[in-house]
Design a protein around this ligand. Structure first.
Ligand code: HEC
Ligand code: HEC
Ligand code: HEC
Ligand code: HEC
Ligand code: HEC
Length: 487
C-alpha cells in the first residue's frame, strides 16, 4: 500500500520536473528501440463554442497512447508498464490557447460550479501536459483537453482534424519516440445553423413550461436535469436521459444525423466503412431508433454497435465481451484502436491527417498490419485475428508426398520454437497446440493452404513448463508431435 502512494506522488511530480527540464531534450530519439502509438477515444468530439445561453457539451477531448519496446527474433515486443518510468507528453502544435476562441471560461463557474484558469479544462489538463498512467494499466491517457477547432494562426477557420505531437521519454528524460495523432474536435452543434431553430433563446423558451426550468438562470446545462453519460452526470430522477429526448423529439422531423452531429462541414464519419458506402443508420438505425432504444433500456454512450456482431464481422473480429470497441484490447494487449484508430475513423480514412501516424510507422496508410513495426521482423506465427502473413507462404517450392509435422527446433523451447510441416493436398489446414489435459492453448494455422512445405512459430513464454502436443488436421488426415517447454 505504501509503495502505491509513493508511486502516485512520483507520478504527480513528473509534470513539474518536466517543465524544468524541457529546454534540454533532444529533438530526435537517441535510440529507435521504442515506438509510440496514439489515438483519440472517439472518432469525434463535439463542443459548444458560445456558452452564453446553453451548454450541451464543454470543450473536452481525450487521447490515449501505448509505448512499445520493439521486439526481435529472440524477444517479443513489450508494451511498457508504468513501472518502467516512461512518461508521455502531449501538445497540439499551432494551437496553444483556447480562451480567446470560446467564451467557455466566462461561464464555467456558472455551468459547472468550478473556477478554472483560462485554457485549463474541467479535469485540470491544458493544451499541453503529461499524460496519466498508473501501475494497473499499460497505457497513457489524458482526459478533458479543452481544445477548440481553431488554430492560433487561423482563429476563424474551423479545422476539425488537427494533429497532436506526443513524445515518450524514459525515466531519465531521454526522448524515446514521437508520434502524431488526430485530436478531432468540431463545434457543429447545428440547432440554429441547420435552419431548424431560429435561435438558442427560442429553444430555451420552448422549455419554460417545464417545472424547475428558469430561463433567467441561463446559461443552462441540459445535463443538470437530463442524465448524460458523456459528462458522467446523473440528471434528475424522472427526467429522461438527454440522448433519449433529443432523438425522440426530432425523429419525426429529420433522419439526417448531420443536422446535429458534426456535420455538413466536418463529416465526422469518414472512415473505411464510409468509403465502402455505409451510413450512420446502417449501424445505429434511425434517429427515432437511437432515442427509442434508450426508452427500452439501452444505456446511451455505453451501449453502442459492435464490430463483432454476427451480421457484421463476426466473432473473430469482436470486441472483448461486454466492452465497447474503444475499451477493448486485442493482439498482445494492444487496444483495437492501436492498429485500427478510433470509432468512425477506422483506417484508412478520407482525412489525410488520420493516416499520418501509420504512414510514418509502416510506410502506408491503413490498418497497422506490418508486423515488423513492433516485432522487428515478420513472425511466422499467428498475429492479430490469427493473421499469419509468413505462415501462409510455403518456405520451399517442393510438393511433399505426405501431410505431416516434422521435428520442431529448438526442442525443448524456452522462448519460441519453429515447427516445420508439410501439406500434400490443398485444403483447410488446422495446426494447434494442446496441453496434456487436451485443452487447446494456441492456434498456429487455420487457413486454406496449397500443397507445400511450411513453417509455424509457437511462442512459449506465456505457458507453464511441460509437455505439449502439436496437432495437424488437413482434409481429415491427422498428425501430431510432442513439444517440450522449459523456463
Ligand atoms: C430543469 C430541468 C431541465 C433542464 C435544465 C432541461 N430540461 Fe429538457 N426536459 C425536462 C423535463 C422535465 C422534460 C419533460 C420530460 C418528459 O416529457 O417526460 C424535458 C423534455 C425535453 C425534451 C422533449 C420535449 C418534448 O416536447 O417532447 C427535449 C428535446 C429537451 N427536454 C431538451 C433539453 C435541452 C436541449 C436542454 C438544455 C438546453 C434541456 N432540455 C434542459 C427538464 C429539463
Ligand atoms: C460501421 C458502423 C457505424 C457507423 C456507420 C456509424 N457508427 Fe456511430 N458508433 C459505432 C460504434 C461501433 C460505436 C461505439 C464505439 C465505441 O465507443 O467504442 C459508435 C458510437 C457512436 C457515438 C457515441 C460516441 C462513441 O464514439 O462511442 C455517436 C455519437 C455515434 N456513434 C454517432 C454516429 C453518427 C452520427 C454516424 C454517422 C455520421 C455514425 N455514428 C456512424 C458504429 C458506427
Ligand atoms: C436533433 C439533433 C440530433 C439528430 C438529428 C441526431 N442526433 Fe444523435 N445526438 C444528439 C445530441 C445533442 C447528442 C449528445 C447528447 C449528450 O450530450 O449526451 C447525441 C448523441 C448521440 C449518440 C450517443 C448517445 C447514445 O444514445 O448512445 C448516438 C449514438 C447518436 N447521437 C447517434 C445518432 C445517429 C446515428 C443519428 C442519425 C440517425 C443522430 N444521432 C441524429 C443530437 C442529434
Ligand atoms: C496488432 C494490430 C491489431 C489489433 C490490436 C487489432 N487488429 Fe483488427 N485487424 C488487424 C489486421 C492486420 C487486420 C487485417 C486486415 C487489414 O485490415 O489489413 C484486421 C482486421 C480487422 C477487421 C476486419 C475484418 C474483415 O472482415 O475484413 C475487424 C472488424 C477488426 N480487425 C476488429 C478488431 C477489433 C474489434 C480489435 C480489438 C479487439 C482488433 N481488431 C485489434 C490488426 C489488428
Ligand atoms: C502494434 C504492435 C504489433 C504489431 C503490428 C504486431 N504485433 Fe504481434 N505482438 C505484439 C505484442 C505487444 C505482443 C505481446 C508480447 C507478449 O505477450 O509479451 C505480440 C505477440 C505476438 C506473438 C506471440 C503470440 C503469443 O501467443 O504470445 C505472435 C506470434 C505475433 N505477435 C505475431 C504477429 C504477426 C504475425 C504480426 C503481423 C501480422 C504482428 N504480430 C503484429 C505487438 C504487435
Amino acid at each position: 500500500m505504501k509503495k502505491h502512494i509513493l508511486f502516485l506522488a512520483v507520478a504527480m511530480a513528473v509534470p513539474i520536473l518536466l517543465l524544468a527540464l524541457k529546454p534540454a531534450v533532444p529533438s530526435k530519439p537517441a535510440t529507435e528501440q521504442y515506438i509510440i502509438i496514439a489515438w483519440n477515444d472517439l472518432g469525434m468530439h463535439c463542443a459548444n463554442l458560445d456558452f452564453s445561453n446553453m451548454c450541451i457539451l464543454p470543450p473536452y477531448n481525450n487521447q490515449i497512447a501505448q509505448v512499445i519496446l520493439k521486439g526481435s527474433q529472440t524477444n517479443l515486443p513489450a508494451i511498457m508498464p508504468a513501472s518502467s518510468g516512461i512518461y508521455v507528453t502531449y501538445e497540439i502544435p499551432g494551437n496553444t490557447e483556447s480562451a480567446s476562441k470560446t467564451n467557455f471560461w466566462n461561464y464555467s463557474q456558472h455551468i459547472f460550479g468550478v473556477v478554472l484558469s483560462p485554457n485549463i479544462g474541467l479535469t485540470g489538463f491544458g493544451l499541453t501536459g503529461t499524460m496519466m498512467q498508473s501501475d494497473t494499466i499499460n497505457y497513457h491517457h489524458v482526459e478533458g483537453i479543452p481544445v477548440t477547432a481553431f488554430p492560433d494562426a487561423a482563429p476563424t477557420v474551423s479545422t476539425p482534424y488537427q494533429l497532436t505531437l506526443m513524445k515518450a521519454y524514459s525515466a531519465t528524460n531521454q526522448l524515446l519516440a514521437t508520434t502524431q495523432s488526430v485530436i478531432p474536435i468540431s463545434h457543429e452543434i447545428n440547432c440554429v445553423s441547420s435552419g431548424c431553430h431560429s435561435s438558442e433563446l427560442n429553444i430555451l423558451n420552448a422549455h419554460e413550461s417545464v417545472p424547475g426550468f428558469n430561463i433567467a438562470n441561463k446559461p443552462i446545462l441540459c445535463a443538470t436535469c437530463h442524465s448524460d453519460n458523456a459528462l458522467g452526470m446523473p440528471g434528475q430522477a424522472g427526467v429522461p436521459p438527454f440522448s433519449q429526448v433529443i432523438h425522440q423529439k426530432h425523429g419525426n422531423k429529420t433522419n439526417d444525423c448531420y443536422k446535429c452531429h458534426p456535420g455538413p462541414n466536418t463529416q465526422c464519419f469518414r472512415d473505411i466503412m464510409h468509403t465502402g458506402g455505409m451510413t450512420c443508420q446502417n449501424c445505429h438505425g434511425s434517429v427515432s431508433n437511437v432515442g427509442n432504444t434508450i426508452a427500452s433500456g439501452r444505456k446511451p454512450w455505453l451501449e453502442e454497435p459492435s464490430c463483432g456482431a454476427t451480421a457484421c464481422h463476426g466473432s473473430n473480429f469482436a470486441e472483448q465481451p461486454g466492452k465497447l470497441f474503444r475499451q477493448s484490447k486485442g493482439h498482445g494487449g494492444l487496444f483495437c484502436s492501436a492498429c485500427h484508430s478510433s470509432p468512425h475513423s477506422i483506417l484508412p480514412t478520407t482525412q489525410p491527417n488520420d493516416n499520418v501516424q501509420n504512414i510514418a510507422l509502416q510506410g502506408f496508410a491503413g490498418t497497422l498490419s506490418n508486423c515488423s513495426v513492433c516485432h522487428g521482423y515478420t513472425p511466422a506465427g499467428p498475429g492479430p485475428h490469427g493473421f499469419n502473413p509468413l505462415g501462409i507462404k510455403p518456405v520451399t517450392s517442393n510438393i511433399p508426398a505426405k501431410s505431416e509435422i516434422l521435428q520442431n527446433y529448438p526442442n525443448p523451447a524456452s522462448f519460441m520454437t519453429s515447427i516445420p510441416y508439410n501439406i500434400a493436398s490443398a485444403g483447410l489446414v488446422k495446426l494447434v497446440v494442446v496441453n496434456l489435459k487436451g485443452e487447446q492453448v494456441a492456434i498456429l494455422m487455420n487457413n486454406p493452404l496449397q500443397p507445400g512445405e511450411y513453417k509455424a512459430e509457437f511462442y512459449t513464454t506465456r505457458f507453464p513448463a511441460g509437455t505439449y502436443i502439436c496437432k495437424l488436421n488437413v482434409n481429415g488426415s491427422y498428425d501430431s508431435r510432442k513439444i517440450v517447454v522449459i523456463k
